[in-house]
Design a protein around this ligand. Structure first.
Ligand code: IVH
Length: 703
């Protein structure tokens, strides 16, 4: 964009801030008290929306507590107005994704009824006592694992099917994925294994596994996962079981469906826990057998306090009748058993006021509304902002500037606004208008297919320009210490920097005018130092979707320095079938890179960096026994996997290519080599086995 055009736009931005209400139309509908039928309709719609995010996309926008509240309000209204109630069994969601064959459960997989207060739990306890004529029953209290439900069928001790809950009657068959879970035996031990059993359990990630995985991801420049439960759910629904092996999933068995022959069923729930442990399965270990409600409640409270000491995520406890015969007498209702009740731990909440609603423009132009709050303390952390996710959510909550809101911090999920206290709202608070144009550059916003996501499509949008530069200088990019968002804003506003290459054209004087003489000197040296960073840093700094440092390094190793990267073609990255040609990079990632890296704007950014001399100095270049050598792998090697062999070759300074041609130095052939071996013979290229490769890596000849 020309400088003058840019200046005009910036002036306009000043105007739009003053005239927001005039420019922004499309007001949120005014909330009036709905009739029960309307409210039931609204609730069903909202629940369906959140069910889709939770079950199908594994990316919920609201906390479990907020979701449970919607369900309870619906259930309560349906109880008061039975003529408006939905069909039985419709209250438990549906996790089927359409990507797996469907399989029916022999015995339906139900949900659990939930309680939130001592009084509710006690009412359940008393109800059971009444309907069993105060028989001498005992109770089992165990953690409620926060994961995704699974049904595992073992026939004569062999795992034959793993099925998700689905709609309770049938679910996704994910057997291959379940087999990829470490710690889940495919064969049961012991001589008391039934002919057929549907074991019910939960797939989850321990806090440790989740934290470790995120450390690895962050190092690789990937976004950390937000919530272990969503990750477990997403992992079980991966279509490549090999990918599932990479996810550190755990499983626990907490119940059963079908059991044949029925006469061999356990007599007590507690016996069941011991029995499955004996079969070599991960069983519930942290359970207690209790008799009276006073003890139940004392233990529930103790569990609430201990919940973070458990290695697995929990969102509550489950109270079950211990005697299986009594369970059978009590039976089940449409959605849940009558012999069990969950007690959900409450999320920490606070009440505060919305100071402002800002619209953030992301690196790719996506608009996120954010509520700026009066700072408030929740569970030891100060909360000053809450994401409103997208415009659907904003519309749904009808949050207005000046509103009093209840905010909640639940588990690993970012703070949420769970309710607007409309009774505390001033009558004249205006509805927050939905934006029509980008708040930073006035470009009309584009609405995504779902309606809730709005994006600014102007690549020169100053907000996007700033976000991109912030990413470029960050530790995931070229890592320039001393440049943060504030300085970037100044540099962009002063029209000094638009693209990364501009940073390398800044003089000391330019910087001194913005940060003072002393700092300018240091900063100038820092920027100069970053110019000789390895080329993967520049690549990672461009913020190409899915390209963090690790992938950027793989690309740079395969394709060389910046000028080579600027000439990359789609066919260098992917085959015509869409398969990756980049060693160590998956197909989907390679396709995304091909799409982005071959765009003129991205090319220009790389060319710009090359033009200002970005690149490692000769002494910083890598040296190794395979320096400058091209190796092609074919067939299965006896001990090294393809990925391991590649990593070793790259670490020794070599390159792994996928095609044999005159530039190939070595072909390493294993068992069942493909046509590459014949090609190598034809071209007279040296052929090695794994031992030969190892000798090369150790620096022993080859030529
Ligand atoms: S017993 C008929 N025990 O919570 C359902 N469920 O919200 C009996 N869950 O679908 C389930 N930990 O997947 C039971 N210790 C536990 C549990 C547990 C987690 C899950 C289960 C259920 C869901 C209901």
């Amino acid at each position: 964009m020309s400088t003058s055009m840019h200046t005009v736009l910036r002036r306009c931005v000043g105007i739009v801030r003053l005239s927001v209400v005039v420019l922004f139309t499309h007001a949120v509908a005014v909330a009036s008290t709905p009739t029960p039928a309307e409210r039931i309709g609204e609730l069903r719609e909202q629940i369906a929306y959140h069910d889709n995010l939770y079950f199908r996309q594994a990316a919920p926008e609201i906390s479990d507590q907020a979701y449970d509240r919607l369900k309870r309000e619906l259930r309560e209204l349906e109880r008061l107005h039975p003529e408006l109630a939905g069909p039985a069994g419709t209250g438990i969601g549906d996790d089927r994704s359409g990507r797996f064959p469907t399989r029916a459960h022999l015995v339906p997989m139900l949900s659990l009824e939930k309680s939130y207060t001592a009084a509710e739990l006690q009412a359940f306890f008393a109800r059971v006592a009444r309907s069993t004529d105060n028989a001498d029953i005992t109770w089992v209290l165990e953690p409620k694992y926060d994961g995704i439900a699974i049904s595992l069928t073992y026939e004569n001790g062999r795992l034959t099917h793993a099925v998700t809950r689905g709609n309770g009657r049938e679910g996704d068959e994910v057997t291959a994925n379940a087999r990829a879970i470490r710690g889940l035996p495919v064969e049961l031990a012991g001589d008391d294994v039934p002919e057929l059993v549907e074991l019910r359990g939960e797939v989850y990630l321990t806090h440790d596994a989740f934290a470790h995985l995120n450390v690895t991801r962050t190092k690789a420049g990937l976004e950390p996962f937000a919530h272990p439960r969503n990750l477990a759910a997403g992992s079980l629904k991966l279509t490549d079981p090999a990918e599932v092996t990479q996810r550190p999933l755990s499983v626990v068995i907490h119940g059963w469906g079908a059991w044949e022959p029925a006469a061999t069923q356990p007599v007590r729930q507690a016996d069941f826990n011991a029995q499955v442990a004996g079969w070599g399965l991960p069983a519930v270990e942290e359970y207690l057998v209790v008799e009276d409600f006073a003890t139940v409640w004392a233990e529930v409270e103790a569990c609430g306090e201990r919940r973070w000491d458990w290695p697995f995520p929990t969102d509550g406890v489950v109270l079950k009748v211990n005697e299986v015969a009594v369970q059978d007498t009590l039976g089940v209702n449409a959605d849940a058993p009558n012999w069990a009740m969950a007690f959900k731990f409450s999320a920490e909440q606070a009440i505060t006021r919305v100071r402002a609603i800002t619209l953030q423009v992301g690196r790719t132009g996506q608009i996120t509304p954010v509520a700026e709050l009066e700072p408030v303390n929740i569970g030891g952390t100060t909360i000053a902002r809450a994401s409103l996710h997208n415009l659907n959510r904003l519309r749904q909550l009808d949050v207005r500037i000046g509103d009093t809101v209840r905010v909640e911090k639940a588990g690993e999920i970012i703070p949420q606004i769970v309710a607007v206290l409309t009774e505390r709202r001033d009558d004249h608070l205006p509805i927050f208008p939905l934006p029509q144009v980008c708040p930073a550059c006035l470009t009309p916003l584009e609405v995504g297919a779902q309606g809730g996501i709005m994006s600014c499509t102007n690549p020169d949008c100053p907000a996007q320009v700033r976000r991109r530069l912030e990413h470029f200088v960050s530790a995931s990019g070229v890592d320039i210490k001393g440049i943060g968002p504030a300085l970037i804003a100044k540099l962009v506003d002063a029209d000094l920097v638009q693209v990364p290459a501009d940073l390398y054209r800044l003089s000391r004087e330019h910087l001194a005018a913005l940060v003072g003489e002393n700092k300018a000197e240091k900063l100038h040296a820092e920027i100069a130092r970053s110019r000789s960073a390895p080329s993967w840093r520049a690549l990672a700094g461009l913020g190409i979707p899915r390209v963090g440092p690790a992938t950027a390094e793989r690309l740079a190793r395969q394709f060389g320095e910046l000028d080579a990267l600027t000439r990359i073609r789609s066919e260098d990255l992917i085959t015509t079938e869409g398969k990756s040609r980049v060693a160590g990079v998956g197909d989907a990632t390679a396709r995304a890179i091909a799409e982005s890296l071959t765009q003129p704007a991205q090319r220009r950014q790389l060319q710009g960096l090359h033009a200002v001399g970005f690149g490692p100095t000769s002494d910083s270049a890598r040296q190794g026994p395979l320096q400058g050598r091209r190796v092609v792998l074919t067939g299965a090697l006896p001990t090294l996997s393809r990925a391991e062999a590649t990593a070793l070759i790259v670490a020794a300074g070599g390159e792994v290519a996928t095609r044999v041609n005159r530039e190939t130095d070595y072909v390493v052939a294993g068992e069942k080599p493909g046509s590459k071996l014949a090609a190598a013979r034809q071209l007279g290229i040296q052929i090695l086995d794994e031992a030969g490769l190892r000798a090369l890596l150790a620096g022993h000849g080859g030529d």
